[in-house]
Design a protein around this ligand. Structure first.
Ligand code: HEC
Length: 195
């Protein structure tokens, strides 16, 4: 997937940081509900974010706000699918497990989305695709009505969730920064029927 020279990529990423990504120079208007437009100290507005980023050693995945929100929704659905799988397993409802695992199995659409989400973070897409492939085994085990195999495949899938969470975090950036860090040119209107 890395068609661009990694050194150029790194330089571009470093430049994007230097040029002031996300927060720098753009005060985020955080106004508590019900409070009149109180002036926000713009020089401090991003300090908590930089502090968090300094604490969080995971590799950043650059995403535009809509992509980041879309990813979070996907993630909540992934967790929902796992919950539904466990529920099906507890009741030996194999159909339920097949339906639930279909929500996280690999597909061409899934692949396209993962490539898009991981465009600015080396290795992310590979982990994502590996995750979906692991999930394929859950449905197969349910078709075979093999509870132990469903459990094994679910555990194996959850391992992919946890290793990705240990390695990557979202880095919400504006369109210009996203394009600079991914080398992509089009505007990602994710969540509107794909692209
Ligand atoms: C390829 C990477 C990857 C895989 C695989 C993955 N996640 Fe995530 N997940 C992320 C990233 C990145 C975030 C955002 C973390 C952050 O906030 O910076 C996230 C966030 C989440 C969140 C928080 C959502 C929110 O509303 O903030 C949940 C829940 C979650 N993941 C569940 C799962 C589950 C369950 C699985 C597996 C079934 C899974 N994820 C697999 C990368 C991944």
């Amino acid at each position: 997937m890395s068609s661009t020279n990694p050194i150029i990529k790194c330089t571009m990423a470093a430049l994007a940081v230097l040029l002031g990504t996300a927060c720098e120079g753009k005060p985020t208007p955080t106004r508590p509900v019900g409070q009149a437009a109180a002036p926000v100290a713009s020089s401090n507005a991003c300090q908590p974010i930089s502090e968090l980023n300094a604490l969080d050693p995971r590799r950043p995945v650059p995403l535009q706000p809509m992509m980041a929100w879309h990813q979070k929704q996907n993630m909540q659905q992934h967790l929902g699918a796992i919950q539904q799988i466990i529920d099906g397993l507890a009741r030996q409802d194999w159909e339920e497990i097949v339906r639930a695992s279909a929500r996280i199995e690999s597909s061409p659409q899934m692949q396209q989305m993962c490539e898009h989400m991981g465009a600015g973070a080396d290795g992310f897409t590979e982990l994502a695709l590996d995750f979906h492939r692991r999930a394929d085994a859950i449905g197969e085990a349910a078709q075979a009505r093999d509870a132990q195999a469903v459990l094994r495949a679910t555990s194996n899938t959850l391992q992919a969730c946890t290793s990705c969470h240990a390695a990557y975090r979202q880095d919400v950036v504006d369109a210009e920064t996203w394009r600079a860090r991914t080398g992509q040119t089009h505007d990602p209107a994710m969540g509107h029927g794909g692209h």
